[in-house]
Each structure stands twice: as C-alpha cells, then as structure tokens.
Write a protein that binds this ligand. Sequence first.
Ligand SMILES: [Zn+2]
Length: 244
Amino acid sequence: MATEQGATEYGVTGGGPVLALFAHPDDTEFVCGGTLALWAEAGRQLVFGFCTDGSKGSADAAMTSARLVTMRQEEQRAAARALGCNECVFLPYEDAMLEPTLALRRDLTRLIRRYTPEIVVCFDPAVYYTDGYIQHPDHRASGEAALAAVYPAARDRLTFSELLAEGLEPHNTREVWLTSPAQPNRWVDIGATLDRKIAAMQLHTSQTGDGARVATILRARAAQEGAAQGLAAAESFHVITFAF
Ligand SMILES: [Zn+2]
C-alpha cells in the first residue's frame, strides 16, 4: 500500500492524532467519514471540531434554533462514535454566518495546540462550484481559518501568545488533507468503510430524515470520486505535506 516515502495511501505512518476541523455537525461524515473510519481502525485518535452551532439546518416550521443546536450536537456525538471518534468540540459561531476572522483562527489554533495532530483535515477554502453544486460559504470560511491556524499560527510561538498562558505550546502539523478539493491529488479507497460512513451519516436524523436518500447520495458520490482512479468507492483530497 506504500505510495511514497514513509507514507501510506491514507496518510503518514506515524499513527498520530487526526484533528478534523469543519463548519457544521455532519460535515465530517459526509465528506470524509470513510477515511476517518479507516484512520480509527488503524489506531489513530480522532478529534472532531465544529466551528458553527448548526442552528440553521432545518426546514421544519416548528423547529427552533435552540432545540436544533442540542439535537445536532447529540447526533454528531453519536455519529462520531460510529466512526471511532470519542471527542467532539463545538465552537459557538452562528451557522450560515461564519467568517474567517482572527478570533476563529485563534480558536482553531487552540485546538491544534491542545490535540497536537499529525494530520488536520478541513475543507478546501477555494471558491468551488460545479454544474449542480456551490460550496457552502461556511465551508470555505472554516477551511481558510483552519489553514491559517495550522500555518503559521499554531507553529509560531509569538502568535496568539495568550495561548502560552493556557499551557498550549506551538505545534507543527505534519499533513493537511483538504476535503471537497478543487484539485484532488489523493484518493482513498473506502470500499471497506462506506457502509459505516453511511450508517454514521444516517444518525444525523434532523438532516437526513429516514436516511434512504442520503445513502443513495453517498454511494453515488463515492463511485463518482473513485471512477477516475478505477476505485468502486473513494474519497478525494488534496494533501499538503509540510517539509519542516
Ligand atoms: Zn456543512
């Protein structure tokens, strides 16, 4: 399975923690749940961080934002456990209003220094659309803030020096895996974990209803992402490996 120096097709071989930094509860499962499950099976610690409160994700006229936030966090914790992740961190930024502010960058830097990941997974911050899809602005904003937190903020001692007072030392992340990439350079075969990914996604019942439609969507997406590589089911990424 080795594809390049010291690497496997699904990441560096150090076996260190993986920190997934995304915009909304359910993003992790939808875009990279198969790969996250593979990492957990390989013994890596998984931590999921979510920037927004998920308070807008409902078309139900009887739903309130406060109730939705609680529901979605409970759904997310269950979905994370289904993938092998026992720790979710929810930041309180308002759903649909996310901006890549310095405050968000500091909050994500805090998580990177606290959990010292070998791999950070986040959205590609590029403005990205296809014939049938527009990347959510919260996704772009979370990706931009996460990249800036990885480099240079988490690395540089004098940046956000208030974090030192919290006992959080600088940290160098080894790899960044951008999901929903405009220009993928890595494909992970998720044939072994696609069913777990679907089952985890279906735990987000406030978002997926009975779950049948999302299963169809995820199977089609996995087939589409794998097609060019001759894989029946894949997730695609743009992987950045730091030289330092
Ligand atoms: Zn999202």
